[in-house]
Ligand binder design. Structure first.
Ligand SMILES: Nc1ncnc2c1ncn2[C@@H]1O[C@H](COP(=O)(O)OP(=O)(O)OP(=O)(O)O)[C@@H](O)[C@H]1O
Length: 663
């Protein structure tokens, strides 16, 4: 038989001929489809449908979705490409037209009668999954729902927290009267009050909306309830762990003098990476801490939760002892994790219809919880019974820092309002920039847009010198690192004219006359980013350092430790790295810079156009603390803001179902 043909006793299909017609698929998609089809119980026609469902599932999982929604592929022509494009040697592909929904579901259900298939795949509520991801979602949903039940404070704990409250929130009596009479709600206080009586909650909000401020108060309140409570702070990456340590420490400093030092000194400040906490072994999926060997802690606070993927979340839930509290801090509008899943987005998602269910218990605020809040915060307006949000989600909206233009533009982008965002940005045209060329203003407070067309190579080089020459003028490694974090260039892509690789080469060319010392591939002032976790050197993927001489003039790589101290390692020990004047927006997640140059080029290929979406613009912009210069055409900018990158997941629905089951 021809090797391209696959058969069971009754069915023969020419898989390669079918794959040949599909655009955008990769070897792994073909492998999955080949491994689990054809099935003897299906007819030839059904097997062809089944094969394409498997290709679609594998394709979607490669793109971060945990499942496929069958109604979204039903009656659709997918994997087609009408014209060969210039950027690839691909020819036109016919694609595959999926059946209508009812027969499509019929085939999937029939395939799932096969014992081997049912061990590996699941169909549930219109979603088709690999069983592994379905089970992750179920585990997470049950772990969360078990923790969202109302668990009241003891009278003693309640009194202690109540005594601490006015100092924690700096409540002057004028303030409290104001809240009571004006009806102005204080969502930070509500978040703390609610989180005290729920063992799981999410504190969600954009940059500077006061998440750390809120978490610190939650920690103080938890410690007031139970003196020896064991609290652990964790974040998904080394960079995020460092920032968490810094922001909690800064927040504590801001409270000094207002609250008893003894209380503040008990608050933990040192964060760890989640991987380290769980003892995730490199190149394996096993963790030291898991269901059999759970972590010895009472409270786990996870920062930058948008970067937590589905598998990592499942591992966190497994490693937590049942009594442990879990609090997630993050911004659900940020890009989701690079790996599969969009956990935070699903946790805060309120799009699920609660109609027909007991809203009192699933979505709205139960009366016992309202009573608890009224006791703790009599100065605040009562929460309405019909509040729509999930009780465990606290979305902070009012920017406390970061006021002004960056916040206004970010908020319009978040809502998908490209025109509003554009009207809130200062736009400068080619002529103005050209006129300013001798003294271009790359780094200013606020948000500026320069049209991509008006940014010539010459101008880019001037911008590069302005942004990065100060690194080379620094007096020591610490100030060089500080200069490095003052500005970063961000772009969505690695390749192409405005991709990371070309921009880094261009910057290097613009500043190379400033280089005074070199050693092999390294030079003084070179910013490097580690691209793979390296345990022996205690360096994690994404960590950024600088090459700088020590007092003897010998070059070393310098990194900031989580306590703010610098440490250096010899150049021969530097693991795999990239030079990093420019980096991808994805890699910038969890970092902040005073200024950002956000380059959003016109997509050069069909593939990159599909990947340019709102999350990239929002994440890139919100990395900027003071100013952001966007280099983009208004059409590209608007297209990106209008395009949402939705990941399919059944997690939100699984949580709802688990909540109903638990009633
Ligand atoms: N209710 C408040 N009253 C006064 N200042 C506040 C309040 N909430 C937050 N702040 C201040 O606003 C600033 C930003 O708050 P915070 O660092 O908690 O925000 P964040 O959401 O954690 O920011 P990021 O996302 O950047 O980590 C801090 O200086 C903080 O002290």
């Amino acid at each position: 038989m021809d090797s391209t043909l696959t058969s069971t006793d009754s069915v023969v299909i020419d898989k390669n001929a079918l794959f040949e017609q599909l655009h955008g698929i990769e070897a792994i998609d073909k492998f999955i489809a080949s491994e689990f089809s054809p099935l003897p119980a299906l007819s030839e026609k059904e097997n062809i449908v089944w094969l394409h469902v498997l290709v679609a599932l594998s394709f979607m999982q490669r793109h971060g979705h945990s499942c496929i929604l069958l109604s979204d592929i039903a009656s659709k022509l997918l994997f087609n490409r009408s014209e060969p494009t210039l950027d690839s040697s691909d020819t036109a592909k016919k694609g595959y037209m999926f059946d209508e929904l009812t027969p499509l579901i019929g085939v999937v259900k029939k395939a799932l009668k096969d014992e081997r298939i049912t061990q590996l795949f699941v169909y549930s509520n219109g979603l088709f999954y690999s069983r592994r991801y379905y089970e992750f979602e179920q585990e997470i949903a049950h772990g969360i729902v078990a923790r969202t039940a109302f668990s009241p404070l003891t009278d003693e704990a309640s009194l202690k927290v109540k005594a601490l409250w006015p100092a924690m929130f700096q409540l002057a009596s004028a303030n409290t009267v104001h809240n009571q009479t004006s009806g102005v709600q204080d969502w930070q206080q509500i978040a703390v009050a609610k989180s005290l009586v729920q063992r799981f909650s999410v504190i969600n909000g954009g940059p500077g909306t006061g998440k750390t401020y809120t978490v610190l108060r939650l920690l103080l309140a938890l410690q007031a309830c139970e003196e020896n409570v064991n609290i652990v702070l964790a974040a998904p990456t080394g960079k995020a762990q460092q920032r968490m340590t810094e922001s909690i420490s800064d927040s504590i400093s801001a409270l000094r003098g207002k609250i008893d030092d003894a209380l503040l000194n008990r608050v933990p400040t040192h964060a760890v990476t989640i991987h380290r906490l769980l003892g995730l072994r490199e190149h394996t999926v096993s963790t030291k801490y898991n269901t059999q060997n759970q972590l010895a802690l009472d409270v786990l606070i996870v920062d930058e939760a948008s970067m937590v993927d589905l598998a990592l979340m499942a591992r966190i839930i497994r490693a937590l002892p049942p009594h442990a509290r879990l609090y997630f801090i993050g911004d659900a509008e940020q890009l989701p994790a690079v790996e599969l899943g969009n956990v935070l987005e699903q946790l805060v998602d309120t799009s699920d219809e609660l109609d027909g269910f007991d809203e009192e218990r699933i979505g709205a605020v139960p009366s016992a919880l309202r009573q608890h809040i009224a006791t703790l915060c009599p100065h605040l307006p009562l929460l309405p019974v019909d509040e729509e949000a999930k009780t465990w989600v606290h979305t902070l909206q009012a920017p406390q820092r970061f006021k002004g233009q960056v916040a206004a533009v970010a908020s319009a982008i978040q809502k998908g309002e490209a025109t509003t965002a554009l009207s809130a940005i200062n736009k400068e045209d080619h002529k103005e920039i050209a006129e300013q060329e001798p003294d271009i203003k790359t780094l200013r407070e606020g948000v500026y847009l320069w049209s991509e067309n008006s940014v010539s190579e010459k101008l880019l080089r001037k911008m590069a010198t302005q942004c990065f020459a100060p690194i080379f003028d620094a007096s020591d490694a610490k100030s060089a690192l500080k200069q490095l974090n003052a500005v970063r260039w961000l772009t969505p892509v690695r390749k192409g004219n405005m991709g990371v690789e070309r921009l880094n080469a261009l910057v290097f060319d613009a500043i190379k006359s400033k280089i005074t010392r070199r050693e092999g591939a390294f030079y003084q002032g070179q910013p490097i980013m580690i691209v793979k976790n390296n345990h022996p050197q205690r360096l994690s993927n994404g960590e950024v350092g600088i090459i700088w001489p020590d007092s003897n003039g010998k070059l070393f790589a310098w990194f900031e430790a989580s306590n703010g101290e610098l440490r250096h390692i010899s150049l021969s020990r530097v693991p795999q790295f990239d030079t990093v004047y420019a980096m991808t927006i994805h890699k910038s997640q969890g970092s902040e810079f005073s200024h950002v140059v956000l380059i959003l080029p016109k997509p050069e290929t069909e593939k990159s156009a599909a990947l340019f979406h709102r999350g990239l613009v929002y994440t890139g912009l919100t990395r900027a603390k003071k100013g952001c210069l966007i280099v983009s055409n208004t059409t590209t900018f608007s297209d990106m803001v209008s395009k949402v990158d939705r990941r399919y997941s059944g997690l939100s629905g699984a949580i709802r179902d688990a909540a109903i089951d638990s009633m």
